[in-house]
Design a binder for this molecule. Structure first.
Ligand code: SAH
Length: 197
């Protein structure tokens, strides 16, 4: 029975790769993280993957920039990620998706474009970085320099976070998964971000 369950899961996730919403996790930031932060992003990747496996509408996850230091860290910290039904590429996403550059949308809390809904044709990018806000505007500036679109999640409308509207990588993945299921930002945020009552 276990074996059958595993096969069903594998088939489900292969389907997600074929037709799911594309979401890139940009892992080109190893040099900007301290060692504890590198461990933390590895944990977040594992959480994101498990959330994806449990989701009603799983994503086609793309891990880009998996090379050099970052690859070394992942190989050590994230067991089995090479076997995930996901795309893992050493290339930066702009290269990997060079033919579809107009579809790329970098999600960043620093954008003025508020996302109303997810476009199934768009390819969303989430920064795979933990930096406790040290590197301000990092992903926003990257998107602008590359000439790709950018947008922020409509979090301000629904929740007041204590100090900032910057969420962790895995929270953003989970909010996207919930939105695809519920088509409602408020419910998606509330399901993912713990609120203090
Ligand atoms: N200093 C980093 C912050 C990393 S937070 C930066 O320049 O982005 C990890 C990632 O989560 C971000 O790169 C972004 O892709 C995503 N993210 C966090 N909060 C967000 C928000 N409110 N709207 C859209 N994306 C967000």
């Amino acid at each position: 029975a276990r074996k059958q369950e595993r096969q069903e899961m594998k088939a489900r996730m292969e389907k997600a790769v074929a037709e799911g919403q594309k979401v890139i996790i940009d892992l080109d930031f190893a040099d900007l993280m301290r060692e504890t932060e590198q461990k933390s992003i590895c944990g977040q990747l594992a959480y994101s993957w498990h959330a994806n496996c449990r989701a009603q509408r799983p994503l086609h996850l793309v891990l880009s920039g998996v090379q050099g230091k970052m690859k070394e860290i992942l190989d050590k910290q994230v067991s089995g990620y090479r076997n995930w039904q996901a795309t893992v590429t050493e290339q930066p996403y702009v290269q990997h998706f060079a033919e579809q550059k107009e579809k790329l949308v970098y999600l960043t809390a620093d954008s003025d474009n508020e996302l109303e809904e997810l476009d199934p044709e768009a390819i969303y990018i989430i920064g795979g970085i933990v930096d406790r806000n040290r590197h301000k505007l990092l992903c926003y500036n990257k998107a602008v320099e590359q000439g790709i679109s950018h947008a922020r999640l409509p979090i301000g409308d629904y929740m007041k976070l204590a100090s900032s509207q910057v969420m962790t990588t895995n929270h953003v993945v989970e909010i996207i998964l919930r939105w695809l299921e519920l088509k409602d930002w408020k419910q998606a945020f509330e399901a993912v971000i713990p609120t203090r009552k």
